[in-house]
Design a binder for this molecule. Structure first.
Ligand code: 9MJ
Length: 683
């Protein structure tokens, strides 16, 4: 769709198209590099750029002196003094697919006349390329890449970056060295910066790269100093007074030895297979890296061979960037729907023209809440930047104001629930608006509430999914969770796409689910703010549902992790006759759980110990492990931090294991963990 969309705005002849592309690309260049305010995602820019390159290749007469294909990077602004790079800072050829990397490898093999090539593989940082000049070991100048030949003097700002040494280490001080690398902003610093921008009503940055660029190109170095920037070195331009190392790997080792930050995630590998294997390792770790990368860079390791290979037009022949699928793309908002969640929360959702981003087709993206829609000013008809990174749900990052059609209207949530028509209420000072119908009147809340009730960590009713619940509610067969346990087999068998056998299985699953635990039951009730871990804490503290139901606010506040908001929510839930009635009916229909031993806050041999679980355990599920820890007074959290006491690592552990290793946290395998629990139990 994107191609057609853009084509529709221009003429058809190659000449007209090329002129339009030049104008567009120059405009985007200006917005990107000079204003630090990109108007389109990189992928879209690259697409337009490649289209212009193709037209110019087919029609050399159309090549114009102002063509952006003649530049490596940007137009310099007048804010900073120009710096001419003594060795140009070139860009890299891009490989988006394995075939392109394979073609690169065979080209290199052919040109060098070897069967297999030694490469140095490194990460491709998504930041801003700079060149740092050290004379006799002292940082004397720092420049951005600019157009590759002339950059901008950003020395004062670069000096504020703490990881950049102002002097190289003694003994490693050549007469002149230009260090090439990337200035970047780490993800947590980016999040903090945007929170601060939002709090002070300033424009947020679209991604860490733009934030890094915007921060580096500040007139006032004090502003740059306030933004946490980092630097990774990956190359050398000019070098005088020292012999150049013989390989890329040795060059990086030397840079490190001289006191410059070099990313440890790098590897010398052999051949295409070696490159692709390292690519897959890094791909798997990408989301747990604290900074953004957009791919890997492969460089022929021998510098002599690099020289032999030389350059083609704008890029070296000895290197290629193997890029991940883009995480941002451009598409159009077809509509803004409003979804009603389990607790009645109304969430605006953008329905999008389908777009391939982050390795998947995206058709919807959450807009979170009404304030967020207004802050980003997203309207139906807008062209927007959508982002889908890792496992994160797709998000609308920003709109592209220039592409807004006439006649768009500001979005507002409806005054009545779109599902049940009950009034929508948004209390003063809250961002979330809710349907006031509750699960009794609002089928949307009823359905999502039942889905939650049946979910794996709640009553774990195997086979009772979204579509079945939809039918059960719509046909009026189920009104509350208690009704699930009274339906005869024949009723289930009569539903769409429900064979006799699946109906039998479902009845059996319902039967099995009746025997549950108090924490699961409490969690299944869907009390607002009572997640799995709070449910476990409440069960341990009160021991029975009746004492919890009768607890005063003071008693509730005695439970670790229960604050005034949670306490109020629990009180409200049990004050409602509907809730008490539901619990009574579930019990009448056979839902039971074992009595739970009451554990007070002061008891438990694992008190004040914090555990994190990763990977799969053989003898018990993660929920069971968590129950055991909490039964002994310990706490289970989701992420590793300096406060973590133990990491329990099962089979196929995730990135948490590496983080725990980095922080020096005690790591237990399943056997150690069971020993710890049994030991503590017997004391
Ligand atoms: C990035 N962006 O991380 C190069 N790069 O080498 C790395 N860029 C590069 N190397 C030669 N790791 C030109 C650009």
């Amino acid at each position: 769709m994107q191609g057609d969309f853009f084509k529709a705005t221009t003429g058809d002849s190659p000449q007209e198209r090329a002129a339009w592309l030049r104008q567009e690309l120059n405009r985007h260049n200006y917005a990107y590099y000079t204003l630090d305010n990109p108007t389109i995602p990189d992928t879209e820019y690259d697409r337009l750029f490649r289209e212009l390159q193709d037209i110019e290749a087919a029609h050399p007469e159309l090549v114009m002196p102002d063509s952006p294909t003649h530049r490596v990077g940007s137009v310099s602004s007048t804010q900073f003094a120009p710096v001419t790079h003594s060795v140009p800072m070139l860009s890299l050829q891009n490989g988006l697919a394995e075939e392109e990397v394979a073609a690169f490898d065979s080209r290199v093999r052919e040109l060098l006349g070897h069967d297999s090539i030694e490469y140095e593989a490194e990460l491709k940082f998504d930041g801003l390329a700079v060149s740092l000049r050290y004379e006799d070991g002292i940082l004397v100048q720092a420049a951005t890449r600019g157009d590759g030949f002339i950059g901008e003097d950003v020395t004062a700002n670069i000096r504020t970056i703490r990881s950049i040494p102002l002097a190289l280490l003694p003994g490693q001080r050549p007469h002149v060295v230009d260090v090439r690398g990337e200035v970047l902003m780490f993800k947590p610093d980016f999040d903090r910066l945007n929170e601060a921008q939002q709090a002070s009503d300033q424009k947020e940055f679209i991604n860490p790269r733009n934030a890094a660029a915007g921060s580096l190109r500040q007139k006032d170095p004090a502003v740059t100093a306030g933004r946490k920037l980092h630097f990774f070195a990956y190359g050398i331009g000019t070098l005088e007074g020292m012999t150049m190392p013989q390989t890329q790997a040795a060059m990086l080792d030397w840079l490190e030895k001289a006191g410059l930050p070099v990313c440890p995630e790098r590897k010398v590998v052999r051949g295409l297979d070696g490159l692709l294997a390292f690519f897959r390792v890094i791909e798997g770790r990408r989301d747990s890296l604290p900074y953004e990368i957009d791919g890997l860079v492969y460089k022929v390791n021998s510098l002599k061979e690099q020289e032999q290979l030389g350059f083609v037009s704008r890029a070296p022949r000895f290197a290629i960037a193997h890029k991940f699928p883009a995480q941002e793309a451009l598409t159009r908002v077809l509509d803004i729907d409003v979804q009603v969640g389990r607790t009645g929360a109304l969430t605006p959702v953008a329905r999008l023209e389908p777009v391939f981003v982050g390795g998947a087709n995206v058709t919807n993206a959450t807009l979170h809440n009404e304030d967020e829609v207004h802050r980003k000013d997203i309207r139906v008809g807008d062209t927007v930047i959508v982002r889908r990174a890792g496992d994160v749900i797709p998000e609308v990052v920003a709109n592209v104001p220039e592409r807004r059609p006439d006649g768009t209207v500001i979005f507002h949530l409806p005054a009545a629930c779109p599902v049940c028509g009950s009034p929508v209420i948004r209390p003063e000072g809250e961002t979330i608006a809710r349907c006031s119908g509750g699960w009794v009147r609002c089928p949307a809340q009823k359905k999502t509430g039942l889905q939650h009730f049946a979910s794996r960590k709640a009553m774990n009713i195997d086979g009772l999914g979204e579509q079945l619940i939809e039918q059960l509610v719509d046909k009026g067969m189920v009104n509350t969770a208690a009704d699930l346990y009274t339906l005869p087999l024949a009723d289930f068998a009569g539903l769409d796409r429900m064979a006799e056998k699946s109906a039998q299985n479902l009845v059996q699953a319902l039967d099995i689910s009746k025997k549950t635990t108090l924490p699961r039951f409490l969690y299944a009730l869907g009390i607002r703010h009572v997640g799995e871990s709070t449910a476990r804490a409440l069960a341990q503290h009160f021991g029975s549902i009746d004492s919890l139901a009768d607890a005063t606010e003071e008693q509730l506040l005695e439970v670790a992790d229960v604050g005034p908001v949670v306490a109020a929510s629990i009180k409200t839930f049990f004050a409602d006759a509907e809730s008490r009635n539901l619990i009574a009916r579930l019990r009448e229909n056979g839902v039971t759980w074992a009595e739970q031993a009451v554990q007070t806050k002061e008891e438990g041999s694992l008190l004040h110990k914090t555990f994190v679980l990763t990977g799969t355990l053989d003898s018990l599920t993660r929920e069971e492990a968590a129950e055991k820890i909490e039964a002994l007074g310990g706490k289970v959290t989701g992420s590793v931090s300096t406060k973590t006491s133990y990491l329990i690592a099962g089979k196929n552990p995730g990135s948490k294991l590496r983080r725990a290793e980095q922080l020096g946290i005690t790591i237990l395998d399943e056997k150690n963990f069971c020993e710890l629990i049994n030991h503590e139990k017997s004391h």
